[in-house]
Design a binder for this molecule. Structure first.
Ligand code: ADP
Ligand code: ZN
Length: 246
């Protein structure tokens, strides 16, 4: 951990200083957390809610990429093929996307990362980026779920085309194919088809699982079982991450 005075120096001399200097005065303790875990573990459900509770931005590369695809931006057209086939989007694009987001003023005092970093290269880039800002990650939550359960959850998942609500295996719609909240039509994400799900789990095992050791080695890793009721899982995460260790 960089001492606060030094951190101040880094921040005010860093290349992003102009954008965050206005927030310097407040000295609340920062909350910088990343959620790791295989697809289908429920990272999104927990990360989004906890970011809201902690009043820090929720930074989910999957969502950001899907927005880029929907808006047909250059990033979106680069990413789409990888996403549909269950492959990872190249590190360079992800690193740029995340650096851009974390450099904004609202992320100066904390953030929740979800679905990123996903490779060792992304984790190293994140470390370097935060170090230049005099910041560091404080806590990494690994949401752990068995493979058969992941497969079951992912292939059952449906999304509403109208309001964007995700319905998972634990909350099936009352009428098949119809959104409970708005009556919109439900569809299956291209990458939730079984073959692609298997591919995503395989990619996770090869490219992302090594990050567990990376963060364990830094004393940041906290593994929480993602099976069981949502509120129980969230409570465990909240208890353990709520007070950053210093
Ligand atoms: P899930 O966690 O359910 O697999 P996400 O919504 O996080 O889904 O990501 C969907 C897809 O977006 C991934 O399969 C991958 O192609 C791409 N993606 C998201 N985050 C990253 C990342 N950090 N690095 C590379 N690719 C990513
Ligand atoms: Zn809906």
């Amino acid at each position: 951990m960089v001492p606060r005075r030094l951190a101040h120096h880094f921040r005010t001399t860093g290349h992003l200083a102009r954008s965050i200097i206005g927030d310097e005065e407040k000295d609340e303790s920062p909350m910088r957390v990343a959620f790791l875990g295989p697809p289908g573990a429920g990272k999104t459900t927990h990360a989004r809610e906890l970011a809201r509770e902690w009043s820090v931005p929720y930074v989910a590369t999957g969502d950001m990429l899907r927005e880029a695809v929907a808006a047909d931006t250059p990033l979106g057209s680069e990413a789409k093929g990888y996403m549909d086939s269950g492959e990872l989007v190249p590190d360079e694009a992800i690193i740029r996307l995340v650096a851009d987001r974390l450099g904004r003023p609202d992320a100066a005092r904390g953030f929740v990362l979800e679905g990123v970093p996903r490779t060792i290269a992304q984790a190293q880039a994140l470390d370097r980026f935060l170090e230049a800002l005099g910041q560091s990650l404080e806590h990494v939550v690994n949401v752990d779920v068995s493979e058969p359960e992941l497969l079951r959850r992912l292939t059952a998942r449906r999304v509403c085309g109208a309001c964007g609500t995700t319905l998972d295996a634990s909350s099936p719609p009352q009428r098949t194919g119809v959104c409970d909240s708005c009556g919109g039509q439900l569809y299956q994400r291209e990458d939730d088809r079984e073959q692609t799900v298997r591919k995503r789990l395989d990619v996770y095992g090869r490219q992302t699982r090594p990050l567990l050791d990376y963060y364990r080695g830094r004393g940041l890793l906290d593994t929480v079982s993602g099976e069981g009721p949502i509120e129980t899982v969230r409570h465990t995460i909240r208890e353990r991450a709520g007070i950053p260790r210093r």
